[in-house]
Design a protein around this ligand. Structure first.
Ligand code: ATP
Length: 239
């Protein structure tokens, strides 16, 4: 693992109609790390992912990828630099087939040449998607749609994958499957930013974590430290 950060978020703020959703949030991710950002509804988790992805503009602060300032770059350029996201609510194209959705993930320059082999590796991970590759994505089950969203992000050959609440709307059994996939991707070498309300599960998977409350980081540390922190236990783990 290299010492320097692959992604650095430096005092990022985001405001909607003048009210702040993020107030100077800082974090960093090194290559190969799995870090999580945990917090309750409305803490600002989605805003953080969207500001890194260039979808909502930061009103202050900076985001750097490999030392390059990407704060004001458009979303497509940020994707091309290797940051992919699996959005909350999945955002797949329901009227297209599973395979068409996957191939859309590989339209970036960085991914095009290898798209056949990447498709094979996505089907290797999700046999269910291979079986259903001609099915319209809108008719997939919730769990299958989540697999498709992850597969599409992988098709972009990203350096970092950001997951926005991958367990949302899934049954406990499927939640376990989804966290298993995140763990597997990490073990295969992916660098992952996981944003979750499921504090116990995401801290148990990750190397380090940040606790976000009202748009600010209130605690950070190794996942083990956070799991043993009495405030985290009281506020998020029901202990
Ligand atoms: P959840 O877990 O419920 O998805 P979150 O931690 O992802 O929440 P955000 O979606 O980032 O939180 O929202 C942070 C705050 O910003 C909330 O108060 C939300 O109402 C507000 N907000 C988010 N998007 C917008 C928007 N487009 N316009 C106005 N306010 C917004």
């Amino acid at each position: 693992m290299r010492d320097e950060a692959l992604l650095t978020v430096d005092k990022i703020s985001v405001a909607y109609d003048g009210s702040n959703a993020l107030n100077g949030v800082s974090l960093s991710i090194r290559k190969g790390e799995l870090i999580c950002v945990v917090g309750a509804n409305g803490a600002g988790k989605t805003s953080l992912i969207r500001s890194i992805a260039g979808i909502v503009p930061a009103s202050g602060g900076a985001v750097k990828m490999n030392g390059v300032d990407i704060t004001r770059k458009p979303p497509w350029e940020i994707c091309e630099l290797g940051i992919a996201q699996v959005a909350e609510g999945r955002q797949i194209f329901g009227a297209l087939s599973v395979e068409e959705n996957l191939l859309l993930g590989a339209t970036l320059k960085r991914a095009k040449a290898e798209r056949a082999s990447t498709l094979e590796s996505v089907y290797g991970l999700f046999g269910r998607l291979r079986e259903r590759r001609r099915q319209l994505a809108g008719t997939l089950s919730g769990g299958e749609q989540q697999m498709l969203a992850i597969g599409r992000a992988m098709m972009a050959k990203p350096e970092i994958v950001m997951f926005d609440e991958p367990s949302i709307g899934l049954s406990p059994a499927l939640t376990d499957v989804m966290f298993g996939v995140v763990k597997l991707l990490h073990e295969q070498g992916a660098t992952i930013l996981l944003v979750e309300q499921n504090v116990a599960k995401s801290l148990s998977l990750s190397n380090r974590g940040y606790v976000l409350e009202n748009g600010a980081v209130v605690l950070e540390g190794s996942s083990e430290e956070l799991l043993n922190n009495s405030e985290v236990q009281r506020a998020y783990l029901g202990m």
